[in-house]
Design a binder for this molecule. Structure first.
Ligand SMILES: Cc1ncc(COP(=O)(O)O)c(C=O)c1O
Length: 392
C-alpha cells in the first residue's frame, strides 16, 4: 500500500516542528522560554467573546452559506472600503478556516502543473508547500538588508518568465516585518502591468504597523485591484488564532465561485459561532483594543531590538510591522550556514526556542517572535546573550 507523492512531498510546518521540540523539553521539566510561535499572547477581546456566547444562546448552530453569512461578508466589504480603500461586493468575498485555507483555495484554483509562482524570500513557510502541493513551481527572489528585505522592480523583472502565474507579496512580512509603501508597490506594478499574472497579497499583519501608514497592494490602481487577490484574517490583528477565520477578496467573481466550489467539497462554511463573533471584531467595536495591542507590540519591538543590538555578533533590522525580529547571525562562523544548529543548541543550552531562518528559506538568520511579555523578552534575550558569550 502506497501513499500519494503529493502528500509525501508535503513538509510539516517548520515553526510547528520547533515548538513541538520545545514542548517536549518543557514536559521533561526544563525551563523553556518560547519565542517560536506566531501568536499574540493577548486574549480575544471580551465583546467578541460575548457575541459568540449570544450566538450560541440563540441557537446559531447550523450550516451557513459556504462563503460565510451575508452579514459577515458585508462587514468585511465595509472594512475593506473604509480602511483599505478597496471596493468589493459581498459576492467577491470568501470566508475560510484561517488565511491558510484562503491561500490553499487560491493556489488550488489558479495553478496548473508547472506554473511558476514568484515568492520573495525569506518567506512565510506555508507558501512554497502549498504551491508545490498544487503542482506549481516556486521561484524565489532572495532579499537581504541591502533592500530592507524587499524585492525591487529589477529583481522582479529578472524572476518573470512566460510561465509566471502568480506573484506573492506579504506586507507586513513574516518573518522580517518589512512593509511595502505605496511608491514601492507602484514601482513593482510597472514591471507586471503588461503581463497577465495574478498578485496574491497577504495582509495578515496589516493592523500591526508601527512607523508608517499601511498601503493595501490592490489599492494603488484599478488594474492592480482586478489582478490582486487580497488575503486577510483576524488571527493576528484581534488575537483570534484559535477561532479560525480568514478571508479573501477578489474582483473576479468566477474565481471566487470556483474556490467556493472547492471549499464546499472540503470544509463548507467556517464555524457558525466564529462568524457572528467576527462581525463584532470587524465592525469597529473593538478598535480601541486593537490599538492597545498594537502599541504594546510596538513597545516590545523597541525593547527587543535594543536588547539584540547590545549583543556583539548579532544584528537586526528594525521591523516596521508584525511581531518578529529576523536576527542576522552571519558573524557567527559556526552557525552562519546552519541556523537549525543554532536554534537547537540555543534550545538545549539555554531553553530558548526560536525558529531557524532556513525554515523561511534563508540561512544566516533566526526568527524571534516578540508576541510575549516584556519580562519574557528581557529574560530570553539575556539567555541569548549568555549563549553567544559561551560560543565566542
Ligand atoms: C503571513 C501569514 N499569512 C497567513 C497566516 C495564516 O493565519 P491564519 O490561518 O491563522 O489566519 C499566517 C500565520 O502565521 C501568516 O504569518
Amino acid at each position: 500500500m502506497k501513499y500519494s507523492n503529493k502528500i509525501l512531498n508535503l513538509a510539516e510546518s517548520a515553526t510547528i516542528a520547533i515548538s513541538t521540540l520545545a514542548q517536549n523539553l518543557k514536559a521533561q521539566g526544563k525551563d523553556i522560554l518560547s519565542f517560536s510561535t506566531g501568536e499574540p499572547d493577548f486574549d480575544t477581546p471580551e465583546k467578541i467573546k460575548q457575541a459568540a456566547i449570544k450566538a450560541l444562546g440563540e441557537g446559531f448552530t447550523k450550516y451557513t452559506a459556504v462563503a460565510g453569512i451575508l452579514d459577515l461578508r458585508r462587514t468585511i466589504v465595509e472594512k475593506l472600503f473604509k480602511e483599505n480603500s478597496l471596493k468589493y461586493d459581498p459576492s467577491e468575498i470568501l470566508v475560510s478556516n484561517g488565511a491558510k485555507q484562503s491561500l490553499f483555495n487560491i493556489f488550488q484554483a489558479l495553478i496548473n502543473e508547472g506554473d511558476e509562482v514568484i515568492i520573495p524570500a525569506p518567506y512565510w513557510v506555508t507558501y512554497p508547500e502549498l504551491v508545490t502541493y498544487s503542482g506549481g513551481k516556486n521561484i524565489f527572489i532572495n532579499t537581504d538588508e541591502t533592500t530592507q528585505f524587499k524585492i525591487t522592480p529589477q529583481m522582479l523583472k529578472n524572476a518573470l518568465s512566460a510561465k509566471t502565474k502568480i506573484l506573492v507579496l506579504t506586507t507586513p512580512s513574516n518573518p522580517t516585518g518589512m512593509v511595502y509603501n505605496k511608491e514601492e508597490i507602484k514601482a513593482l506594478y510597472e514591471v507586471i502591468k503588461d503581463t497577465n499574472i495574478w498578485v496574491v497579497s497577504d495582509e495578515m499583519y496589516e493592523k500591526l504597523v508601527f512607523d508608517e501608514e499601511f498601503c493595501s497592494v490592490a489599492s494603488i490602481n484599478e488594474d492592480m485591484l482586478q489582478r490582486t487577490i487580497t488575503v486577510n484574517g483576524l488571527s493576528k490583528s484581534v488575537a483570534m488564532t484559535g477561532w479560525r477565520i480568514g478571508y479573501l477578496a477578489s474582483k473576479n467573481k468566477e474565481l471566487v465561485k470556483l474556490m467556493n466550489n472547492l471549499q464546499s467539497q472540503c470544509t463548507s462554511n467556517i464555524n457558525s459561532i466564529t462568524q457572528k463573533a467576527s462581525i463584532m471584531a470587524l465592525n469597529g467595536s473593538v478598535d480601541d483594543e486593537i490599538e492597545k495591542m498594537r502599541l504594546a507590540f510596538k513597545e516590545r519591538r523597541d525593547l527587543a531590538c535594543n536588547l539584540i543590538d547590545s549583543i556583539p555578533s548579532l544584528s537586526v533590522m528594525k521591523p516596521q510591522g508584525a511581531f518578529y525580529l529576523f536576527i542576522n547571525l552571519k558573524s557567527l562562523e559556526v552557525y552562519r550556514n546552519n541556523s537549525m544548529a543554532f536554534a537547537k543548541d540555543l534550545l538545549e543550552d539555554q531553553g530558548v526556542a526560536i525558529v531557524p531562518g532556513i525554515a523561511f528559506g534563508m540561512e544566516g538568520y533566526v526568527r524571534l517572535s516578540f508576541a510575549c511579555s516584556v519580562e519574557q523578552i528581557e529574560k530570553g534575550i539575556e539567555r541569548i546573550k549568555n549563549f553567544i558569550a559561551k560560543i565566542k
